[in-house]
Design a protein around this ligand. Structure first.
Ligand code: BEZ
Ligand code: FE
Length: 292
């Protein structure tokens, strides 16, 4: 097409694409082109504004490293990561939530009841519950990856003072589907805000503070894998998470306790728990692999 106009450019773009393009890819490209072209037409985007957008992308590339991916962070603060989670979340399972950039492979295998707190400073919490099917049956052999910040709001891979796998674990549920561990209460923290994402947050009057949370990946054969986070109901940032990860079903309470005697006997740290400590009860429901 020679006489391309602001009205025909979308069709011209699509006409240039080959008929034998993979149908799903073609569908996604077609929708993307439509929305992007509409965006420019609707906003009457100026050269200076588009240049600023390209500079932000350039800055994202420049600041990204194998440890820090600013494009993922853009996706997070724009709500895109969470939206992808939401449209893919199984209806009859625990909702999923953002993975974030701080998960690392190779966390140590620990038994049900393990203590992750060790020498960490902070408030002691005992976290436990069951992994079940959507019909409520316990899942034996479900695997949990657990990671969280220390009391200073930093993950072990952000803080040279922490051992590599501090506050990280891999646990397998027993026949009753139960998981259990003692740890420290994680702290709220800021998403990395010293780059272009920080600039975007700043210029739109947004803050970078995530509510504190415990991260989990829960997997079991025959079930959909779950990547999620669990948040305390008393966190000051619960209703303003910059990456939109909070869901009502992912909110729990830190229940204050003085007496450890009714805690399960397989809790490794039971004898050493200092009062008061806190208890979190949270069950994970895994949808059947065949459900959407
Ligand atoms: C996190 O929860 O670890 C996280 C998620 C999104 C952006 C930054 C951090
Ligand atoms: Fe996190």
């Amino acid at each position: 097409m020679r006489n391309v106009t602001s009205e025909t450019i979308t069709k011209a773009f699509l006409d240039y694409c080959s008929d034998d393009t993979d149908p799903r890819l073609m569908f996604i490209i077609e929708r993307l082109a439509n929305h992007l072209h509409d965006f420019v037409r609707e906003t009457n985007l100026t050269h200076e504004e588009w240049q600023k957008g390209l500079e932000l992308l350039m800055a994202a590339g420049n600041i990204s490293t194998p440890e820090r991916n600013e494009f993922i962070l853009f996706s997070d603060v724009l709500g895109l990561s969470s939206l992808v989670d939401m449209v893919n979340s199984a209806e009859n399972g625990t909702p999923s939530s953002v993975l974030g950039p701080f998960h690392i492979l190779g966390a140590p295998d620990v038994p049900v009841g393990a203590d992750l707190k060790g020498g960490n400073e902070g408030t002691t919490v005992v976290v436990g519950g069951r992994v079940t099917t959507s019909q409520g049956a316990p899942i034996e052999g479900a695997e949990l990856e657990i990671w969280q910040t220390a009391d200073n709001g930093l993950y072990s891979n952000q803080d040279e003072a922490q051992p590599e796998y501090n506050l990280r674990a891999h646990m397998t549920t027993a026949a009753d589907g139960r998981y259990l561990f003692s740890t420290v209460r994680p702290a709220p923290y800021t998403v990395p805000d010293d780059g272009p994402v920080g600039e975007l947050l700043n210029s739109t009057g947004r803050h970078p503070w995530r509510p504190s949370h415990l991260h989990f990946i829960v997997t079991a054969p025959g079930h959909r894998s779950l990547v999620t986070e669990v948040f305390p109901s008393d966190d000051p940032y619960l209703d303003e998470d910059p990456v939109f990860g909070v869901r009502e079903q992912l909110v729990m309470d830190y229940q204050k306790r003085e007496d450890p005697s009714d805690l399960p006997d397989d809790l490794e740290a039971k004898a050493e728990l200092k009062s008061p400590f806190y208890v979190v009860d949270f069950d994970f429901v895994l949808a059947d692999a065949s459900t959407s």
